[in-house]
Design a protein around this ligand. Structure first.
Ligand SMILES: NC(=O)c1ccc[n+]([C@@H]2O[C@H](COP(=O)([O-])OP(=O)(O)OC[C@H]3O[C@@H](n4cnc5c(N)ncnc54)[C@H](OP(=O)(O)O)[C@@H]3O)[C@@H](O)[C@H]2O)c1
Length: 349
């Protein structure tokens, strides 16, 4: 599109009209590993027209989550797979451009399932952002990953004072929040597991974790024994695979394992291997429980209120990794699998 047309489209949007096209990224083929331009295709369509009670909104930010990769597989999940030709499903923040309904005011920012595209029709499933919260914090600490950290730790993991807490994916969106909340809830020791010395130094020096283990440096079981000599009371698992096995082996009596994610296997079409050390749960009278954050939607306000207090008092830090441009959304998703991100990955459309 020529610059003149872009400027005209922008001017027109500002007046509440839209003459632009809608760029959308659709699933062209099911990926075998990382996504690329063969598996996710960009196309241009007409800007959708809102129906009664709906609004047209311009997508501003996208929440890039590992689960998007799982939705691209034709496999059973907690939501149906994305169909071939369908827009990539994704949470995001969109600005109301045009509305015939009293419910939406032009300029207002809404959170909802926007998909990887420029425009979306906002309906009652979209929600206003919490007051005074920036869009990127709304997607991170106050969004799915922050809420996952909060409820995974408090409700599923039942964190308590003095606990030795270990979290994998510690420098990522969920893990970095888990470690900080664990400290705020009185955990005795918080140990992060992350890839590389920089990430390990960051969670200790910037986020206040007590220790960090670089799983890429080898012999994770021995390092865990050293860091948690009396065992792990609560392991928050974002990764699965060998890291889950190593933590199970070091579980304390009545230890709890929160199964949050299994990112080590999302890009893998091979046969899934279960944990080898599950007998630890029997011997140590442990408990392992999975969860999906969508079951906690009605309790988000309670967690967001507590999060707002911690944020205002500087007790919790929001870490964001911003990628510019809708067309770079596939690269942003791949960052989660190469470990190229620190904190919450967000695309600024
Ligand atoms: N249950 C739920 O409702 C729910 C909701 C949200 C998220 N989740 C899960 O939570 C986990 C974290 O999600 P997020 O959005 O916060 O992503 P993230 O942690 O910001 O990014 C993913 C991180 O995983 C690590 N990783 C990737 N492949 C790995 C491997 N093979 N072995 C070890 N580490 C690996 C990378 O860090 P390193 O550089 O350290 O390797 C990467 O930075 C994911 O498993 C996700 O599916 C679950």
């Amino acid at each position: 599109m020529g610059l003149d047309r872009k400027l005209a489209a922008r001017a027109s949007q500002q007046e509440g009209h839209v003459t632009d096209l809608n760029r959308r990224l659709v699933l062209a083929e099911r990926p075998l590993g990382m996504v690329d331009e063969r598996t996710v295709r960009i196309e241009e369509t007409a800007v959708p027209t809102p129906g009664p009670g709906e609004a047209l909104a311009r997508v501003r930010y996208l929440s890039i989550d590992p689960t998007i990769r799982t939705w691209m597989d034709d496999a059973p999940g907690y939501l149906p797979p994305i169909a071939i030709g369908e827009v990539i499903r994704s949470g995001g923040i969109a600005e109301v451009i045009h509305s015939d309904s009293d419910r939406y005011t032009p300029g207002e920012l809404l959170f909802g399932m926007t998909g990887w595209q420029d425009y979306v029709i906002a309906n009652e499933a979209f929600q206003s952002l919490p007051a005074g919260i920036s869009p990127t914090v709304a997607l991170g600490l106050f969004g799915i990953t922050g809420m996952t950290a909060y409820f995974g730790l408090t409700d599923v993991g039942r964190v308590k004072e003095g606990d030795v807490v270990v979290v994998s994916g510690a420098a990522g969106a969920t893990g970095s929040t888990v470690g900080q909340i664990a400290k705020l809830k009185g955990a005795g020791k918080v140990v992060g597991i992350a890839g590389g010395p920089q990430k390990c130094a960051w969670v200790v020096e910037e986020l206040g974790f007590d220790a960090a283990i670089d799983y890429k440096a080898g012999d994770l079981p021995a390092r865990l024994r050293q860091a948690c000599p009396d065992g792990i009371d609560l392991y928050f698992d974002n990764v699965g695979g060998e890291i889950l096995d190593a933590c199970l082996a070091q579980l304390a009596m009545r230890g709890r394992v929160v199964l949050c994610g299994a990112i080590a296997s999302y890009n893998d079409r091979g046969e899934l291997r279960g944990p080898a050390n599950y007998r630890s749960l029997i011997i140590r009278r442990g408990r392992m429980q999975g969860f999906i954050i969508l079951d906690y939607l009605d309790r988000f306000p309670q967690a967001q209120a507590e999060m707002a207090g911690w944020l205002a008092s500087g007790q919790i830090k929001s870490a964001e990794h911003i990628v510019d441009g809708l067309e770079h959304s596939p690269d942003a998703l791949n960052l989660l699998f190469t470990g190229g991100n620190t904190g919450k990955v967000i695309v600024r459309v």
